[in-house]
Write a protein that binds this ligand. Sequence first.
Ligand code: ZN
Length: 158
Amino acid sequence: MGNTIAIDYNRPRCLIISDDCKNAKLPNILKEMKDRNLDFQIIDYSNEMASETLEKRLSNQPLGCLLILLVNPELSRRIVHIAREIHFSINDIIVISDSGLSRHVFCGSCHFINENIQARRFNCKKCLNELEVSDHFSAYYQAVLGYPVIKQAGVEHE
Ligand SMILES: [Zn+2]
């Protein structure tokens, strides 16, 4: 385990877009969907697809559909942009990336993007709040969320 991604599967449908059907993470996700009897579709994006076609596929999805992207960062940004223009909210989109070790972490307090963070806890470079790195990946920021660590009572106030 260790590197599992928490996905909220409680959705009317899941739509997976992958540009590599041999992606090692795909079988686990598919198994999870089948085990849970979920209604899901896969779009194979290994061949270039016209934006209009993609737009149509996305707008045909029911409200609350979970969009899971296993694509390269550039394509991911493009798809997120299109999805956001339709009815998908930030919470409806999950981007699964391979960029393993270091991650970009956006500060839950000041929204600054701290680049290439490896630690589990660190201080935001901008607001200096201590952040705890979560597994929540934001497609919007292309970074994971860092939760400000709640300080103990009596330690410090603004
Ligand atoms: Zn900050």
